[in-house]
Design a protein around this ligand. Structure first.
Ligand code: PMP
Length: 431
């Protein structure tokens, strides 16, 4: 068994001082049971805890660490930048370079605004959509998570789903009534909703691959269907690419699926591990943001030079030719290996994948909807999670979060993960 003495002591202290002992809910291991470990350091594909246990990491700080933890080029960019000061409150050159990079890699983003988290990005994009259209209603999908903004905590995924709180207390009913929800991948339902409310809808916001209800892929043509409905009714289509951006393809899910959204939101990878978000899109929309236009949005630390340096260094690493196809190969290799191991142990198990992002389900496939995802045996996932953790593999501590691959996950580490899964499946069989 792992020694967890230091982590346990820290968690006892933390529980007195932080809600649930953590600063973000899923970290607390509530859905898988047990207590979290406290990280001391991370390098490449590995994360090490304060008791000296090392784990192959498939959480990757929930997405940013696609190039691996503590990449020397990212660390160097950060240390060179901090030597000149941490924050200026006046424009700095790296903000311009970052905007050039994002708009070049994601052509639908003609103009971009940097913020400090994914939540800020989605909140700001919705305000812009409402301001620009003069409409109040927004549409989201059950199981999708767009951060903790009031309007999004309606049938939400991620931690709120993990904890069974998809509609949070504290959100005024008058506001949540403006959020209409749809079932992901249901073509007719979207059509019917637009038939009824189309001209009141400011925007449809969607995770183009749902990573906050495990990992659900869009059916062929689904995003185009939404694009057509939005265009027809002058509603805006917002791709929330906080998770998928720069991950599933260099140009994000919009490049992978060939869709042009009106607005996009980003986070995670563009900060390289520092707190960053961004939203961007059509010039005629973005020019309505203050000070160019009347829709207000601001941030003391937005465009922070250290965060820009970490993000730019990461964006440079992922532009190496073949980077994303290598990630897809790794993702397929692992998922195929896990499926084979489950089959050999006669365990009902299914994986879904896109490059560098995958879902693990304790049920047979296919999984095409939020309802399908919910049918995964979460208690079984919890047991699997712990046997894997004890063997040095850190998966998401929730059955409803996607897993992430980094470029540093070597074949050897993937083989170790599959071997650990064989043991874990065998233990489930006997449980
Ligand atoms: N949108 C999506 C798709 C996300 O996955 C997340 C976070 N996991 C967010 C928004 C919110 O980002 P943040 O946690 O940085 O506020």
């Amino acid at each position: 068994m792992r020694n967890t003495t230091q982590s346990d002591q820290l968690f006892a202290r933390a529980k007195e001082l932080l809600p649930g002992g953590v600063n973000s809910p899923v970290r607390a291991f509530k859905s898988v049971g047990g207590d979290p470990f406290f990280a001391k350091r991370a390098y490449g594909a590995m994360i090490e805890d304060v008791d000296g246990n090392a784990y192959i990491d498939y959480v990757g700080s929930w997405g940013p660490m696609i190039a691996g933890h503590a990449h020397p080029q990212v660390l160097q960019a950060v240390s060179e930048t901090i030597a000149d000061g941490l924050s200026f409150g006046t424009p700095n050159p790296l903000e311009v370079t970052m905007a050039e990079e994002i708009t070049r890699l994601v052509p639908s983003c003609e103009v971009v605004r940097m913020v400090n988290s994914g939540t800020e990005a989605t909140l700001s994009a919705i305000r812009l959509a409402r301001g620009a259209t003069g409409r109040s209603k927004i549409v989201k999908f059950s199981g999708c998570y767009h951060g903790h903004g009031d309007s999004f905590l309606v049938k939400a995924g991620s931690g709120v789903l993990t904890l069974g709180l998809p509609n949070s207390p504290g959100v005024p009913a008058a506001l949540s009534e403006l959020t209409l929800t749809l079932d992901y991948n249901d073509f007719d339902q979207a059509q019917e909703l637009f038939d009824e409310y189309g001209d009141d809808i400011a925007a449809v916001i969607i995770e183009p691959v749902v990573g906050n209800a495990n990992c659900i892929l869009p059916k062929p043509g689904y995003h185009q269907h939404l694009r057509d409905l939005c265009t027809k009714h002058d509603a805006l289509l917002i791709f929330d690419e906080v998770m998928t951006g720069f991950r599933v393809s260099l140009g994000g899910a919009q490049e992978l699926f060939g869709i042009t959204p009106d607005l996009s939101t980003f986070g995670k990878i563009i900060g390289g591990g520092m707190p960053v978000g961004a939203y961007g899109g059509r010039r005629d929309l973005m020019k309505q943001i203050a000070p160019a236009g009347p829709i207000y949005q601001a941030g003391t630390l937005s465009g922070n030079p250290v965060a820009m340096a970490a993000g730019l260094a990461t964006l440079k690493l992922i532009q190496r030719p073949g980077f994303h196809s290598e990630l897809l190969d790794k993702t397929n290799y692992l998922c195929d290996g896990l499926e084979q191991a489950a089959k050999d142990a006669n365990i009902a198990f299914h994986t879904t994948r896109v490059p560098a992002m995958f879902g693990l389900y304790f049920r047979e496939g296919p999984v095409e909807s939020f309802a399908d995802a919910l049918q995964s045996d979460a208690a079984r996932y919890g047991r699997f999670f712990h046997v894997m953790l004890d063997q040095g593999v850190f998966l998401a501590p929730s059955a409803f979060e996607a897993a992430f691959m980094s470029i540093e996950h070597s074949k050897d580490l993937l083989d170790q993960t599959i071997a650990a899964a064989r043991a874990a499946f065998a233990s489930l069989q006997s449980a």
